[in-house]
Design a protein around this ligand. Sequence first.
Ligand SMILES: Cc1cc2nc3c(=O)[nH]c(=O)nc-3n(C[C@H](O)[C@H](O)[C@H](O)COP(=O)(O)OP(=O)(O)OC[C@H]3O[C@@H](n4cnc5c(N)ncnc54)[C@H](O)[C@@H]3O)c2cc1C
Length: 317
Amino acid sequence: MSTTLVYLDARSLSAEGPGKAERELLTIAAGRSAGSVVVAVSAPVEDDVAASLGRFGATTVLVPASDVSAQLAAGPAAFAAAAAAESGADLVLLTNAGDSKEVAARLGIKLGAGVVTDVVAVDGGDFTKSVLAGAYTTRVRAKTAVAIATVKANSVEPAAPGDGTAEVRRIEAPEAGPTATVERTEAKPASGRPELADARVVVSGGRGVEGDFGPVEQLADALGAAVGASRAATDAGWIEHSYQVGQTGKTVSPQLYIAVGISGAVQHKAGMQTAQTIVAVNSDPDAPIFEIADLGIVGDLTEILPQAAEEIKRRKA
Ligand SMILES: Cc1cc2nc3c(=O)[nH]c(=O)nc-3n(C[C@H](O)[C@H](O)[C@H](O)COP(=O)(O)OP(=O)(O)OC[C@H]3O[C@@H](n4cnc5c(N)ncnc54)[C@H](O)[C@@H]3O)c2cc1C
């Protein structure tokens, strides 16, 4: 019987359970492994918190004796390797966040395992991912005994929690070797909007907004969406770089992506092409973004967005 190891950063756990992207991993693992889902949590947590991961499909939870989440990739990778050996897993799943991909890369070296990033679907040992700046969707398989996959948020609907409980085991976190340790972190001021990387709906603005993200933010708030941006907008200083979607920004895979005043350069598409539904608002009917849009609206965003936001609010009221 196959065993799937899900590596979770302990910071993603709250009283309500793991975050949404992490619950998606557990859902994929439970669907694949028929009863054998092992979770490795990156820091010591109370037994009842660890056991409660059983509600989300975990059968066993491995907890380190010391906190590895404050160490940059080397510590988490050493612990994840120990957890993989302990569990006998043939598949290790992580989120697609930047730090997870770094852990996955180091883990791949430690286990001699193939690593597949940017995965949007797992089917047995096959992974679906988009490549070459989103131009192709491919099915890939690691030829190694253990495979490692980092899975994009919004790839599956997380299963509703059940009433299971997981066995909790504590294992030594092995010596990681030289590594940097995070001394202090500061929480970003809360915007009240969902996190861009795992939002179900994203409204992104580009050069076409001409410095005014107001209409984009109003539409995002009407939809309960995250705000994103093209590089032209972040380079112009209209919005922080952390909002950038694309090859050199964040990769998003929401259920709905609304591109506003964005031409659809290949480097932008690389970060959003796997969205389930793409809507584009652009004044140029020949803009390349329309080639990948499910719904295209040709017109001036300053007229269309306020109307759309008003209508959505009216229907929600
Ligand atoms: C190595 C490299 C990495 C890169 N990485 C990224 C990346 O991560 N993300 C990214 O986005 N780009 C990236 N780029 C830049 C990319 O090539 C494009 O330059 C950029 O995406 C263009 O942004 P844009 O679509 O907002 O601007 P433009 O291409 O200038 O398009 C603006 C669009 O707005 C429309 N418009 C104008 N006024 C209105 C209006 N009133 N109403 C409606 N529509 C209007 C126009 O018709 C036009 O289509 C990268 C480039 C390189 C070389």
